[in-house]
Design a protein around this ligand. Structure first.
Ligand SMILES: *Cc1c(COP(=O)(O)O)cnc(C)c1O
Length: 354
């Protein structure tokens, strides 16, 4: 840290992304990327069409991509916000919808970035405990007059919260924004984006990073009442109006037009998730019921950290979180079927050697 850093950032603990080591080739089951490549249309768009135009700024309104998303999801373009990854949308939302007496609230066990944003903006915030079975207790969020952020499905548990519970939370916090982070919704969850017509305080955030094989393109989108969307645009136009580059914009548009390719991949991942869950249970694991492209699992023979390390020695990366409440678990991204077979074999071997 230099002596120039503003004091208010000196204690900031930044988010730690999943490791991306370069020392050898690993089977990467640690950052919830898709094992499948982008669709042909995306490859074509990126390779030829847009590269020649890079000297020109991108469209700050992202008109064509917004129109494509509006058509697929049957909403108006005014109800869509686009940004440089959904992390960017979360960042702007914490900046825009909390503070000045409005605290933030989110589950104690959830996406680690929520806490980082809350601290970045010096917000008051509450981390709300999950139930014993790691599910979100909707009652804890009712009438709390806070900016509420809930991932559905939640990370790293993969567990969902029902539409009925989300309605209760929205209705009991009419003066606050409720943000539902649906990064994993395409793997078997149910999106609540149609509820934006009923609730002016609902913001639904999704991403191209997981179900649409574009983590490296950085593209997130959100649905909300047009007033909420205009608030986010106010922040975007006060920081970086061109926060989506030309290549990502055309790639996103092509991906939306080939939606069925991605939804078929999601089905494959769901099948592989079920296969992996069954295999781990046979090996004595407790596996939480996941609707995401990862599973959260705990062995009855080996601690989470030790298993993580042994898998790494075997060339397989999974994610382990040191937080005591979940340190017995590992989070395993669902990759291609062959990779999951390799993973299961490695786990079997590690357990036998114990
Ligand atoms: C991966 C993830 C994100 C971030 O996605 P990007 O669009 O790549 O920024 C947001 N929320 C949750 C819960 C995630 O797991």
């Amino acid at each position: 840290m230099s002596r120039f850093l503003n004091e208010k950032y000196q204690k900031l603990e930044a988010y730690t992304p999943g490791e991306q080591p370069r020392d050898m080739k690993y089977i990467k089951l640690n950052t919830n990327e898709s094992p499948y490549p982008p669709s042909q249309g995306v490859l074509d768009a990126v390779n030829s069409v847009e590269a020649a135009n890079l000297r020109l700024y991108s469209d700050p309104e992202c008109k064509r991509l917004k129109e494509a998303i509006a058509e697929l999801y049957e909403v108006d373009t005014e109800n869509i916000y686009l940004s440089n990854g959904s992390d960017d949308i979360l960042n702007f939302s914490f900046m825009a919808f909390a503070g000045n007496g409005v605290p933030a609230a989110f589950p104690e066990i959830s996406y680690g970035f929520y806490k980082v944003y809350a601290e970045l903006y010096g917000l008051e915030y509450r981390k709300i405990s999950l139930k014993e079975d790691f599910s979100v207790n909707a009652g804890d969020y009712c009438g709390i007059n806070s900016f509420i952020v809930i991932a559905n499905p939640n990370a790293p548990t993969g567990k969902t919260i029902s539409e009925e519970d989300i309605r209760r939370i929205l209705e009991s916090n009419p003066d606050n924004v409720v943000l539902i982070d649906e990064a994993y919704v395409d793997f078997g969850g149910e999106s609540v984006y149609p509820l934006i017509r009923e609730y002016k305080n609902l913001l639904v955030v999704q991403t191209f990073s997981k179900s649409r094989s574009m983590a490296g393109a950085r593209l997130g989108f959100a649905f909300g009442d047009k007033e909420l969307i205009s608030d986010l645009n106010r922040i975007k136009y006060s920081t970086n109006p061109y926060n989506l580059n030309r290549i990502t914009l055309v790639a996103g548009e092509a991906a939306i037009k080939e939606n069925s390719y991605y939804m078929d991949n999601c089905k494959r991942i769901v099948d592989t998730r079920e296969y992996t869950t069954v295999q781990l249970k046979k090996l004595g694991f407790e596996v939480l019921d996941s609707k995401a492209n990862f599973i959260f699992a705990k062995s009855n023979k080996i601690d989470g950290e030790e298993l993580y390390k042994k898998l790494k020695e075997n060339g397989i990366l999974v994610r382990h979180f040191p937080d005591k409440k979940i340190s017995a678990f590992i989070r395993v991204t669902i990759g291609a079927r062959a990779d999951m077979e390799t993973f299961i074999e490695a786990v079997r071997k590690i357990l036998e050697e114990k």
